[in-house]
Design a protein around this ligand. Structure first.
Ligand code: 6GP
Length: 815
């Protein structure tokens, strides 16, 4: 966008006056933020309108996702509009601290983990590639909870992210649609079979659109977030009729609950009903809007799949399959066969995990009561599918039952998604192989052509240009500015990997970020950390398979060694943790308490000369990640091999020059192949070894406990009063390893991890060598740009014809 500094200052001061009625000097950071964001909203509005007009012709992609973990938007808008430098200079002249203003923005946490952040990355990539790709999600009144620590324990506080309004959303009440829950359906034969749906609860889905601005181009796509509201006509409340009034209030509360929180507690039936309501609400509203848009574009429904691609991000939106069938058949009078082939040709599905608890199923009774018409359709899909299976495997009932969409009183959403879509993809080569060969092998045999791999990628605009502008500038000076459009140009860094002058520049940038982070950590936690220590970061959701405990056990072991030998030659290390535990996941919450207790113990111990420090940062979110990325030397990516479908944190860290210590899992394997074995530190069981252990029913952790003194000492310290909090506090963790089988094979990998940590330290001591590893990681990170992944989706799955040629020439290896 073309606007010079002086013009921007004039418009900004004008905005401040109009919004706040006072001079700039008297405004708070919050008010200054409001004025800036309001101005950006004006800039975007005009471009959005033109972009919509231009996009009317082409095929549109709709990415349906229950999560969009956006992160703060203002700085990204400035970067994508090409205004960041102008605005920074303008504020500098005005004596205003732009960074402080940007900190006033809420961080929209409409997601929980990898799946939601990936969805946000793809929105950014689609707009950057000038392709019409839009997000469809829910406008949660409260984001994923805010995490506070009280006595080291996680407390969940509602994330009231909308309390001061969300300036970048545009409410479109005129495009609201109706969603129906419950009631009865009765078949009617009147020439054609039709279903009458009565006595249902009616809910209004109101769209709020958030613009997604392309990087230095004219594209502005849309993220449409749906909000549940009661029908005005249903909202009658008179003082004379108290009963009606109470019913009305109850109805209003029920309706608003649908988009109140992400992942309602599903330990009760009510909670499960609410989740299913959310899934249907999202899919029905989105599909109704998609078909309405098709009609506005004068495109006949029979050409749906030529003009629309609907992508479902894991199975939460898998109801798109029966809902699209319902709309085509019930609302538009299409026959089953035509509707089915259009549905399959339109929908595609990504699987993001093989963790059994995430493979969704719904009890038939609950499903049928809430979505009676959709149930009839799913039943029909199942019957037809089973008939097809029968043709292929006549008489093999076990096989058919294993693959059916409905079996044993449950509806299996992954089976529905596979049967009802034309493409099923995993998110890393290993993950896709495991899907094909193990978890979904029956389906792969039946539909070999549907399965494909799309290794994840992340946006370097947010995680490098925004998070680490100094490094981005150094990269531009070294390989040319076009690396931003062609991230694989970063390979041009390779000749500089061993160049001391380049290494020193990189080191100076990292050192600057480390000191800044150290100051922020001191401020937030009171713990003083040494910016010259190794910053070793482990940030992600807290989960057994992600093995924060393995990291913690190694820290305990290191501490034990230091206590035994205070003069031990150890490079000072700061271990940084961050991550939230699902509120109902007790062991994960206890892990947080354990690591906080360990941190407390170690940080207070004056005898170890500050050689180790441990901090667990509260409320890990996208904004915090952006602060950690440029300051991290070592990134911990240590899941039990085969469990982490891909991981995307690993990609964000290597972009910033961190070196990974990791297992051979998911994306780590492809990163190792790209950067080379010498530039990553890997260890531990391979996925096949892990899967073999699982097939044998596990292993005996007592063998390791009894055979490895280090393991015994560390585990005993959980229950012998070594940690603050008392000997029984951490017993469930102890038990999970020794009495419940160490399901995630932490003890099995312990020895290899300790060796890998020693190797890491050895390499770190050779500063030049370490920096060359760091440069090589950045150089090879272009392959893990979301622009590459997205382009693969666009060509292979959505069959879009990119207007621009494929930008990234170092494509992922074939699966
Ligand atoms: C995550 C996977 O755990 C992670 O490995 C992957 O990188 C990410 O998705 C993006 O593909 N899965 C989820 O967050 C999830 O909720 C149902 O899966």
């Amino acid at each position: 966008m073309n606007i010079d500094k002086e013009e921007f200052q004039r418009q900004y001061l004008d905005k401040v006056a109009k919004l706040h009625g006072k001079p700039l000097e008297e405004t708070s950071d919050g008010e200054r933020y409001q004025a800036l964001s309001s101005l950006i909203r004006d800039y975007i509005g005009q471009r959005w309108l033109l972009s919509r007009r231009r996009q009317r012709q082409g095929k549109q992609v709709y990415y349906l996702s229950i999560e969009f973990l956006l992160g703060r938007l203002t700085d990204m808008y400035l970067i994508n509009l090409g205004l960041r430098d102008t605005v920074a200079a303008a504020f500098f002249d005005l004596g205003v601290d732009l960074a402080a203003i940007l900190e006033s923005e809420e961080d929209p946490g409409l997601g929980n983990g990898g799946l939601g952040r990936l969805a946000a990355c793809y929105l950014d990539s689609m707009a950057a590639e000038s392709l019409p790709g839009h997000g469809c999600g829910l406008r949660y009144r409260y984001g994923f909870f805010e995490q506070d620590f009280v006595n080291g324990r996680q407390i969940e506080v509602p994330d009231d992210w909308l309390k001061t309004g969300f300036i970048y959303e545009f409410r479109r009440s005129d495009e609201a649609v109706e969603i129906r829950f419950g009631g009865t359906v009765t078949p009617e034969l009147n020439g054609k079979l039709r279903y009458r749906h009565e006595n249902y609860e009616s809910v209004l889905a109101v769209p709020y659109d958030v613009p997604v601005v392309g990087h230095l181009n004219d594209t502005v796509n849309t993220l449409r977030l749906w909000s549940a509201e009661p029908h005005r006509t249903d909202f009658v409340c008179s003082a004379t009729n108290r009963n009606d009034c109470l019913k009305t209030i109850e109805y209003k509360n029920d309706v608003e609950a649908i988009t109140s929180v992400l992942y309602p507690d599903d330990s009760t039936r009510d909670g499960r009903v609410l989740r299913l309501k959310q899934h249907y609400f999202l899919t029905s509203a989105s599909l109704q809007a998609i078909l309405a848009d098709l009609a506005r574009r004068d495109i006949p429904l029979t050409r749906l799949s030529d003009h629309v691609a609907v992508h479902i991000n894991d199975t939460h939106p898998a109801l798109a399959v029966p809902e699209l069938m319902r709309l085509l058949i019930d609302e538009h009078g299409m026959g089953w066969d035509e509707a089915w082939s259009l549905t399959v040709a339109t929908i595609s599905y990504t699987n993001h995990t093989i963790m059994p608890e995430a493979l969704e199923t719904w009890p038939v009774d609950l499903f049928q009561a809430l979505l009676p018409r959709i149930f009839v359709i799913v039943n029909e899909i199942n019957e037809r599918f089973c008939r097809e299976l029968w043709q292929r495997y006549p008489g093999d009932w076990d096989h058919i039952r294993a693959m059916a969409v409905i079996a044993d009183g449950t509806i299996r959403m992954a089976h529905l998604a596979i049967a009802g879509s034309h493409s099923v993809n995993g998110v890393a080569q290993l993950h896709t192989r495991i899907l094909k060969e193990r978890v979904m092998s029956d389906f792969h045999q039946f539909y070999p052509d549907k399965f494909n791999n799309k290794t994840n990628g992340v946006t370097h605009r947010r995680f490098l240009i925004k998070a680490n502008p100094q490094l981005a500038a150094l990269l531009g000076e070294t390989v040319g500015e076009q690396w931003v459009q062609y991230p694989c140009d970063l390979l041009g860094l390779l000749p500089h990997a061993a160049d001391p002058a380049f290494q020193d520049k990189l080191a100076a940038i990292r050192r600057w970020h480390k000191s800044k982070l150290a100051a922020q950590i001191l401020d937030a936690t009171g713990v003083r950390i040494d910016p010259d220590s190794i910053f070793d970061t482990h940030v992600k959701r807290i989960h057994g398979y992600k093995r924060q405990t393995l990291n913690a056990f190694h820290i305990m072991h290191l501490y034990n060694r230091l206590k035994a030998d205070p003069g031990m030659d150890l490079t000072p290390r700061t271990f940084i943790f961050g991550g939230k535990a699902a509120p109902a996941y007790r062991l994960a919450k206890l892990t947080i308490r354990f690591i906080n207790a360990l941190a407390d113990k170690i940080n207070r111990d004056k005898t170890i000369n500050d050689k180790i420090k441990v901090v667990f940062l509260e409320n890990y979110n996208v904004s915090l990640l952006e602060k950690l990325l440029p300051a991290t030397d070592v990134s911990e990516q240590i899941p039990t091999a085969s469990r982490e479908a891909c991981g995307t944190g690993n990609m964000k860290f290597i972009m910033n020059g961190s070196v990974i210590i990791g297992t051979l899992d998911g994306g780590n394997i492809e990163i190792r192949n790209a950067v080379g074995e010498d530039n990553i530190i890997t260890f531990g069981l391979t996925a096949d070894e892990v899967l073999n252990i699982y097939e044998r029913g596990g292993y005996n952790p007592w063998d390791i406990y009894c055979g490895d003194e280090r393991v015994k000492t560390v585990l005993d310290q959980l229950v012998n009063g070594f940690l603050p909090g008392g000997p029984d506090e951490y017993r469930p963790i102890f038990d999970s390893f020794l009495h419940h089988g160490d399901h995630f094979l932490v003890l099995k990998d312990f020895a290899a991890y300790v060796d890998a940590q020693k190797e890491l330290e050895r390499r770190y001591r050779d500063r030049r060598h370490w920096l060359s590893m760091s440069v090589r990681n950045i150089a090879h990170s272009g392959k893990f740009s979301g622009d590459r992944t997205f382009t693969e989706y666009a060509v292979d799955i959505w069959r879009l014809r990119p207007e621009a040629p494929v930008r990234c020439y170092c494509s992922a290896d074939e699966d």
